[in-house]
Design a binder for this molecule. Structure first.
Ligand SMILES: [Zn+2]
Ligand SMILES: [Zn+2]
Length: 622
């Protein structure tokens, strides 16, 4: 950490803010910086006339800096480091260190997405970062960041330790080297086996003897050639992942910039427990154990007149905890939220923005709701931007966290007693706050689930890859791997979807007809998607952005989740072979199950039937 701090210091003195305003005064700025270090305020150094002339600029710059600092300090963008030792002295004051949740350039892209009317360069953005805000380091254990980035960073660290020249930053690494160069570097390593660590979702035993799912760092070891094959696949995935992180933030910015009067963008974020162990421990306690509350913060963006300023309004939906927030919960919440939004400003079209967890926001139920949004929720024209997984926490995460903290303080001070969601709602809605609180009862959630249950929902193939959807006509949506609100796809509030890659799906409630039909492109045959699986079935399922074969060992019908004992897949090119491996059982949601397959055959290494393999490749390609 010391190394990176030093390099920031160097960069800071090189690009002095005074220099930016007055235009190149190297020597003077050096003297100034020395004087400032000695504690003499800048105003005094500069002289009055200079300040008066530049006052407006300085004020604007300070305002922008303050805005960036506020943004970086929000819960979705950085975390307070928890330890007592995690503090440092800044200007004589002791402050707690915070660690950024993402690389600065991704946070910069996100800042621009949230503030579409601002133009701030990455350099200025970086300079606004206070020194106690440490840069994200994906290889350390103390952070809750994108698992895909973390796992590649851990592998890079392992490779670095055995002598490979590389960068710890996966983004810089893939930018610096081609696939061939990376492969050559790996082949040149003089080792037989490679040891590394990775984050994995595993069953852990709690102190009371019951088991639960948790994310832990697990040590692994692999033969060099197997490692190379696996690593090259991860590199390929990372290239796509990095492109999507940027593409989706850019889409949000583009959408907000051209959002017509009457259209509303809605950023949804469940405020919930984080995924890594450190945060699980932090977020447990009062809100985890004693008081179970579900919070869905939502921020709406709108214009009150054509070409007017973009405004926003925050809501926080409170509901009793339902163990797992699924699509039916989201539907119940929208039923309450949309009329409230309409009371703020007309809603003629609705553009959702969210993270992409398949259990809540990106699944067959949500696709169905989008296709039939006019009937179900009264707004016909809709679109959805799913931010790339691991980089999709939005402004709502901070709203949720703040509400919980404030409630926590109120409870501790003895001012109020909060035992359940209703108490929380009563307390919150009486607080003087800009946020509008809404309450959704368990009965309303159950009713919404009942309403959706009889619908012949079918999985849209390639759900894991979809990051964009647009309603085309009642019953039909178009989906794409990344969002696009360019002028060819979205002009004057109308979608024409002329860019490549949009695919249409018809999802209507007519049980007699197949409810999923891919209408474009016509010549492409989409394999049938099964919808029910039983214990003992062999299935192809996706896990951690990869597909595997496994046997279903338990079914949770309530949550639509399957416990799958996975086989290990060979990592070479061509038709893979499989073998059983200890401890590779985990729960996967229905959306991750691709298809039923015949049990693989063979002795130690087993193979799939040719038919099953081709079917899976088609589903995977979709
Ligand atoms: Zn990532
Ligand atoms: Zn486009």
């Amino acid at each position: 950490m010391a190394g990176s701090m030093k390099s920031i210091e160097v960069k800071r003195s090189k690009i002095n803010p005074i220099r930016l305003i007055s235009g190149g005064v190297d020597k003077r700025s050096r003297i100034h910086s020395r004087l400032r270090k000695a504690g003499i305020p800048r105003r005094q150094i500069e002289g009055k006339s200079f300040i008066i002339k530049k006052q407006r600029l300085v004020m604007e710059r300070d305002q922008m800096k303050e805005k960036i600092v506020t943004f970086l300090g929000e819960q979705d963008n950085s975390q307070m480091m928890p330890g007592k030792a995690d503090c440092m002295k800044v200007g004589g004051k002791v402050v707690q260190k915070r660690i950024l949740n993402d690389y600065l350039y991704n946070l910069h892209a996100k800042y621009l997405a949230e503030n579409p009317n601002e133009t701030v360069s990455l350099t200025v953005f970086n300079r606004a970062r206070p020194v106690n805000f440490l840069l994200a380091n994906f290889a350390t254990r103390k952070t809750c960041l994108c698992p895909q980035h973390q796992n590649l960073a851990l592998k890079l660290k392992a490779l670095h330790n055995i002598g490979m020249k590389n960068s710890k930053n996966p983004d810089s690494f893939i930018k610096a080297y081609s696939d061939e160069e990376i492969k050559k570097m790996l082949e040149d390593l003089e080792v037989q086996k490679i040891k590394y660590r990775e984050w994995a979702r595993v069953e852990v035993t709690k102190s009371d003897g019951t088991s639960t799912k948790a994310t832990r760092v697990i040590p692994r070891e692999m033969k060099k050639d197997e490692f190379i094959a696996m690593f090259m696949e991860k590199i390929e995935k990372m290239r796509g992942h990095v492109i999507r992180v940027k593409a989706q933030f850019d889409a949000v910015r583009e959408l907000k910039k051209k959002l017509p009067f009457g259209h509303t963008a809605l950023w949804l974020d469940f405020a919930e427990s984080h995924e890594c162990s450190e945060c699980e421990e932090i977020s447990s306690g009062y809100w985890g154990e004693k008081c179970k509350v579900t919070l869905l913060p939502a921020v709406m963006y709108y214009r009150t007149e054509p070409d007017g300023e973009l405004k926003h309004k925050a809501f926080n939906i409170i509901s009793p905890d339902h163990k797992n927030h699924n699509a039916a919960t989201v539907y119940a919440f929208l039923k309450v939220l949309i009329p409230k939004m309409k009371a703020v400003n007309p809603v003629t079209a609705l553009h959702y923005i969210s993270d992409s967890p398949t259990s809540q926001f990106r699944n067959k139920t949500i696709f169905y709701i989008l296709a039939n949004h006019g009937d179900l929720l009264g707004v016909e024209l809709v679109s959805w931007i799913w931010l790339e997984a691991g980089h999709g926490k939005g402004p709502g995460d901070g709203i949720g966290g703040t509400s919980k903290r404030m409630a926590d303080q109120a409870v501790r001070s003895g001012k109020v007693e909060i035992r359940d969601a209703e108490d929380f709602y009563n307390w919150a809605s009486n607080e003087d706050s800009k946020i509008t609180y809404l309450y959704v009862s368990k009965e309303e959630c159950d009713l919404a689930a009942e309403e959706l249950r009889p619908l012949p929902l079918k999985t849209v193939s390639g759900t894991m890859k979809i990051h964009a959807a647009v309603s085309v006509k009642p019953g039909t949506i178009a989906v794409r791997d990344t969002s696009c609100y360019c002028d060819k796809c979205f002009t004057n509030g109308v979608f024409s979807l002329e860019c490549e890659g949009w695919k249409q799906h018809t999802l209507v409630a007519e049980p007699s007809k197949p409810s999923v039909s891919a209408s474009a492109p016509v010549n492409e045959e989409v394999p049938e998607v099964h919808n029910s699986y039983e214990k003992g079935d062999f299935v192809a399922a996706t896990y951690d952005d990869e597909w595997y074969i496994g046997e279903i060992t338990a079914v949770d019908h309530e949550e639509d989740e399957f416990q799958v004992k996975f086989m290990e897949k060979s990592t070479g090119r061509g038709v893979p072979s499989f073998k059983w491996k200890e401890g590779s059982t985990c729960w996967v949601p229905l959306e991750n199950v691709m298809a039923k397959v015949k049990a693989p055959t063979g002795k130690r290494l087993q193979k799939l039937s040719k038919e099953d393999y081709e079917n899976i490749m088609k589903l995977w390609a979709n």
